[in-house]
Design a protein around this ligand. Sequence first.
Ligand code: ARG
Length: 469
Amino acid sequence: MTDQKKSDQTTSSEKPWGGRFSEPTDAFVERFTASVDFDQRLYHHDITGSIAHATMLAKVGVLTDDERDQIIEGLKGVKADIEAGRFEWSVSLEDVHMNIEAALTDRIGITGKKLHTGRSRNDQVATDIRLYLRDEIDVIAEELNRLQNGLLDLAEREADTIMPGFTHLQTAQPVTFGHHLLAWYEMLVRDGERLQDCRKRVNVMPLGAAALAGTTYPIDRNLTADLLGFDRPTENSLDSVSDRDFAIEFCSSAALLMTHLSRFSEELVLWTSAQFDFIDLPDRFCTGSSIMPQKKNPDVPELVRGKTGRVNGHLISLLTLMKSQPLAYNKDNQEDKEPLFDTVDTVKGSLKAYADMIPAIRSKSANMRVAAKNGFSTATDLADYLVKKGVAFRDAHEIVGKSVAFGVAEGRDLSDMTLEELQQFSDYITDDVFDVLTLEGSVQARDHLGGTAPDQVRAAVQRARAGRK
Ligand code: ARG
């Protein structure tokens, strides 16, 4: 690389586009408009795209085989320099694309200047982001898979553990902990499906659209698409360079995924509190307080809950970025990268933390039981019992309401009352009532597809595992 190219102050004629300019770019404007500080992370995909482009150009006779080989060798050298930390990124060369092209020309001379034939940075950057996002979706899908498997294993281990189920965060009916965990699992299954659906629209190739209208060279877009593993080339050149729907869709799926993780986080934070004390999170996922020696804070769930905010924000950034943009490419689009990159990083980090943490959760089943018993959680079971004995549901509801009021006054659960006490409220109650008033009886009775019975939890885990193979 020449000293001039390394410096951040080049004259306009040294810019790849400097031909029609008569004065250098303002120093502040140069920094302000550059994206290289953040888009350099696309280097790998930029080079992959360029190698495919050069291969295609040689196939259709726009480059000679020798030129193609020089370009490919040169690009591999540039990549090696970047990966060895030997590459000096230059702000005056604006972005990752022009930095790499300039370095290629420095290496191989004039042939390097032929690489950009028949393309523009507009279709190049759109291609790079799609290649990048496709890879990242695959990494995210792997982490999501790991988390899903962890949840299935934990749900199976906790299939018989009874906890209070809540509505309005008030004790409602007993559920099994395994069943609760499988509710989380279902949310994540939908998140995985959304990501795979989004991937279909990511995996389409804009290259060939050039600046906006296509190119006059006899390019073979199907060949380039094949070389890059795209499902197909895009249909319309104007749309190709301006479309960022795929990034918005990804951020939307990511926002929903993070929203789910924030819900899990909220429950974990509650459950680790002294007031609930339902689970233990191992120390390695928690931190202490610098002032209060007794504290063990559930930092990982809290932070994931907090990070949901930034991902939701990135979705709004991208929607607002695209709102009202006229066709085709606009410099606005350079602003797509930071929200997208940060969304990818945040989702990957949050999923990794969760996939590591979930298998380490231990339930405090005795505390869960006490909590389930405390809130009259089998009241509905008593009502159902009365209905099965011939009482109308509304009357049964009334009878149980009175029994609960008695229990509140006495400080006792329904299952702790004597038969005589219960019979004050209805003659239909006989000593078989205690089968339904127990927590076990209550969960076991909900023994149908999607119900909370331990056997249903085990069956759901088996079905989920079979569906994942
Ligand atoms: N750095 C630019 C971006 O991220 C690349 C495309 C620039 N194209 C242009 N015509 N200025 O969008």
